[in-house]
Ligand binder design. Structure first.
Ligand code: NAD
Length: 281
């Protein structure tokens, strides 16, 4: 079984991006800039944002974090986004989710200029991705896609099963696999026989949020299995895939932690650089 090393893949991607930033700097005499808006003091969000800032600095991006208290008015956030939209030194804008209840998440997402939407959540980018046009692609599915391609460069005709249909993970993952000419089944909480669906798959991507949902006898021999889940349990952090059981059948599997997670941030940096490059044309 191939243990898909997301930490190593992310380090390789960051090294490539660092070189690219240096080239862009010498060509344009400026570097891509990432601005993150962080609202409130949720510990996981603070950790994510700190890691994003650290990685952005590591590859040479200009990075900035704007912090607001939980009580900030929606209007203030929307005005700041408008200001960043017209700031030429800002290539990518990310508003860390979740947001406090009094702020309308969709309004915030739609306020971001689609050409600076490094999360790929703006309806314009969602539409472009599903139409097969160039777009920002949500970072976690993009990371999963890059890991799958490392194992199997030609995905044409493969049967893929995506478990979970969230806007963040399942739906964009489906679009990426479709673009590669996979035959894709998207499954969810109302799917009748999830085990039977998974047993058909050459590729399984699990993004559900249920610890160890995908079992060893759900997985065809030689399947590639990507585990997006991050679940806190009494036994520590586990994924949506039963690692011990599935590792006996699968051809390749991502561990949790150390699989998809590290790729998510590296892909955010990639998206920022891609936004910058598109803005220079
Ligand atoms: P979500 O709650 O938005 O969506 C979960 C999806 O799973 C839904 O579409 C639902 O229909 C489906 N589902 C629920 N129960 C099911 C069942 N019994 N069988 C089949 N499908 C079922 O979750 P999300 O935001 O997509 O996150 C999923 C997991 O991925 C979570 O554990 C989250 O922490 C993790 N995550 C990891 C990263 C990363 O960087 N690795 C990033 C984002 C999310």
């Amino acid at each position: 079984m191939i243990l898909i090393d997301g930490k190593k893949a992310a380090a390789e991607l960051r090294a490539e991006l660092k070189e690219e930033v240096a080239e862009l700097k010498s060509k344009h005499n400026k570097v891509p800039g990432l601005t993150v808006i962080l609202i409130g003091d949720l510990t996981p969000s603070q950790i994510y944002v700190r890691n994003k800032e650290k990685s952005a600095n590591e590859v040479g991006l200009k990075s900035e974090v704007i912090k607001y208290p939980d009580s900030v008015e929606e209007k203030t956030v929307l005005e700041k986004i408008q200001e960043l939209n017209s700031d030429e030194t800002v290539s990518g804008i990310l508003v860390q989710l979740p947001l406090p209840k009094h702020i309308d998440k969709q309004k915030v997402i739609e306020a971001i200029d689609p050409s600076k939407d490094v999360d790929g959540f703006h309806p314009m980018n969602v539409g472009n991705l599903s139409s097969g046009y160039e777009s920002s692609i949500p970072c976690t599915p993009l990371g999963c896609y890059l890991l799958i391609k490392k194992i199997e460069p030609n995905l044409s005709g493969k049967k893929a099963v995506v478990v979970g249909r969230s806007n963040l993970n399942g739906k964009p993952m489906t679009q990426l696999l479709l673009k590669e000419n996979c035959t894709v089944t998207i499954t969810h909480s109302k799917t009748k026989d999830l085990k039977a669906e998974c047993l058909e798959a050459d590729i399984i991507v699990a993004a559900v949020g249920i610890p160890e949902l995908v079992r060893g006898d759900w997985v065809k021999k030689d399947a590639i299995v990507i585990d997006v889940g991050i679940n806190k349990t009494d036994n520590g952090i586990v994924g949506d895939v039963h690692f011990g059981e599935v590792s006996k059948n699968a051809k390749a599997l991502t561990p949790v932690p150390g699989g998809v997670g590290p790729m998510t941030i590296a892909c955010l940096l990639k998206n920022t650089i891609d936004c910058f490059k598109r803005s220079q044309i």
